[in-house]
Design a protein around this ligand. Structure first.
Ligand code: DHE
Length: 543
């Protein structure tokens, strides 16, 4: 089998969309027979599905960001037809997994047969299983009592090295790669404890790790597996009349089993696991796999905001008393994915990507504030907040399905008429946008087009002048290999770090003001760099 490429997991949606789209056509009189697979073939197909397809289609293949792939749909096509679609893609936007070098012809045929078989649910993962994986490498009393180095912790960057399953710690002042540390498989994202001392990472395999930035060099002090598949993690960030929870707890959002796990913030010891299985918010249908997508932590209440994708509910989980857990369940929209705070940290905005909407909740009233129609497949990452000279404070989201950055008014007090409306549409150079970023000290908005069809464009970024939003963006070619993804500012807000995403990864650092290249990090350890997280900006939700 050909070695699997690092990219395109997100494209799995459109990959299989073609398959299910074909299945929407009138069904032939008889379903195709179920192809036989050996155990070795099933194991191989499961691996490909887990790594590339499950994120969009769901473990049970009921569909979410991608269409359903249950045998009643897939068996309306022959194996040849399905594997042809998987290998070559379709005009409907599905990439050719063979033509992009991810899958071989044999892999495509195997996956075609696999999706004609009934999906098999992976095992459950209970508290006992979590406890068995929990490792406290360095107990709290054996850790340093002050930083053991002179580095400026606030301006460190933790960089995800996706296919290496590692995190690099880069000194933002000196640009030196200080160390790289093992994390979970295909580590997806990371967050910091409120103090900024600890990094919490989460792998696709639901392995959470905790790294102590006071050590020299930083080391993993604890790890635990909270399930079989996961994408999100955050810490507790509240201190006030309801208690001091700074650095006390962490939470992981699991994809499988669909649940969230509350962990001790100093040791990652699992404290509690809560299932998210239940009924869809709109039709009240039971869903066996409502996965936890993005998570943010409030500073105004001892609360995490968890987004349950398939049932379309947003959970406000009050962690002040986890023995008597209080959860506010807000009816929002199906297929909740990624999102972030507005600049005041009162409102949380999240994309319901397959509904072309962004949902806004008010964490003060604990209610849905609005549902905003945006464009085709919004994908804000954590979004970007700035002041539009004409419309006031806005939250921006890019889009996967079209070249669009939608600006949503976020100030119901002083700009009431604009609140929760798309006040302006910007046109980046291409579709396929995954992330965008600005900084309170910057006049620029940087937008990637990682999944654009055109090679020149997926290797470029669009930069808008936020003082002159009527002008077209400056388009900057970042590299001549890989795809360009994810931007992050340094603490001062005068540099932007961009990833060149492939096995020979690079990080390109731009002077924000002049938009000119300042440094290019090309170390061989930079394997598939994706997200980059500056300590100060991430712990304070500056984006
Ligand atoms: Fe992500 C954020 C899920 C594909 C890189 N990704 C997120 C979040 C979720 C998610 C739920 C929000 C976390 C949060 O804020 O709490 N991502 C998924 C998927 O289900 C999907 C579509 C398919 C999959 O199988 O994983 C997917 N994501 C991708 C990719 O293909 C990317 C580009 C590379 C990879 O790791 O596979 C990718 N996702 C990222 C990054 C973030 C992220 C870098 C954090 C961005 C940030 O600035 O916060």
């Amino acid at each position: 089998m050909k070695k699997h490429h690092f990219l395109f997991s997100i494209l799995a949606s459109s990959m299989m969309a073609g398959v299910a789209g074909a299945a929407d056509a009138p069904a032939p009189a008889e379903l195709q027979p179920v192809p036989a697979l050996t155990k070795a073939e099933v194991d191989q197909a499961k691996g490909i599905y887990f790594n590339r397809c499950g994120g969009c289609h769901g473990t049970l293949r009921k569909g979410a960001t991608g269409k359903p792939l249950t045998p009643d749909k897939t068996r309306t096509k022959t194996v040849e037809k399905l594997s042809d679609i998987i290998f070559n893609g379709t005009d409907a936007g599905m990439p050719g997994w063979g033509t992009t070098g991810v899958l071989s012809k044999d892999d495509a045929t195997l996956m075609a047969k696999f999706i004609q078989n009934e999906p098999v649910a992976p095992p459950e993962f209970n508290m006992k299983d979590m406890q068995a994986t929990w490792k406290l490498h360095v107990p709290v009393d054996k850790r340093p009592t002050k930083p053991m180095h002179k580095r400026n912790i606030d301006n460190l960057f933790a960089v995800i090295l996706r296919d290496a399953g590692k995190v690099a710690i880069i000194d933002g002042d000196t640009k030196e790669i200080w160390t790289t540390i093992n994390s979970g498989f295909a580590v997806h994202t990371l967050r910091y404890s409120h103090s900024g001392r600890y990094i919490y990472t989460i792998g696709r395999d639901a392995k959470a790790t905790m790294i102590d930035l006071w050590m020299d060099p930083p080391q993993t002090v604890a790890e635990v597996k909270t399930g079989i598949e996961a994408r999100s993690i955050d810490s507790s960030k509240y201190k006030g009349p309801k208690g001091d929870f700074l650095d006390k707890l962490a939470v992981v959002g699991n994809y499988w089993p669909p649940s969230y796990a509350i962990l001790d913030g100093q040791t990652l010891e699992p404290k509690k696991v809560v299932s998210t299985r239940g009924y869809t918010y709109d039709t009240g249908e039971y869903h066996p796999e409502p996965r936890v997508a993005s998570i943010v932590a409030s500073v105004n209440d001892p609360e995490w905001i968890l987004n349950v994708k398939e049932t379309g509910q947003i959970l406000l989980v009050d962690y002040s008393d986890i023995k008597n857990l209080k959860v506010t369940t807000i009816e929002a929209e199906r297929f909740l994915h990624d999102g972030g705070w507005d600049s005041t940290k009162r409102y949380f905005l999240v994309a319901a990507n397959m509904r072309d909407k962004i949902v806004v909740i008010d964490t003060k009233t604990k209610k849905l504030a609005a549902t905003v129609e945006v464009g085709s497949k919004p994908h804000p990452g954590r979004g970007a907040n700035f002041v539009d000279p004409k419309f006031g404070p806005v939250y921006a989201s890019t889009h996967l399905g079209e070249p669009l950055v939608a600006l949503i008014g976020t100030d119901p007090d002083k700009h009431k008429a604009n609140a929760w409306k798309v006040v302006r549409k910007l046109k980046p150079a291409a579709e396929g946008g995954l992330f965008l970023k600005t900084h309170p000290k910057s006049n620029h908005l940087w937008v990637d087009h990682t999944l654009a069809k055109n090679e020149e464009l997926y290797r470029s970024i669009s930069v808008f002048d936020i003082k002159n939003l009527d002008a077209p963006p400056k388009v900057i070619k970042v590299g001549d290999h890989g795809r360009i993804t994810h931007m992050e500012y340094n603490k001062a807000g005068d540099e932007v770090w961009v990833s060149v995403w492939d096995r020979k990864g690079e990080i390109v650092i731009y002077d924000d003001k002049t938009m000119t290249e300042k440094a290019r990090l090309t170390d061989p350890s930079l394997v598939t760099p994706t997200g980059k997280f500056n300590v100060y900006n991430t712990k304070h939700d500056i984006y």
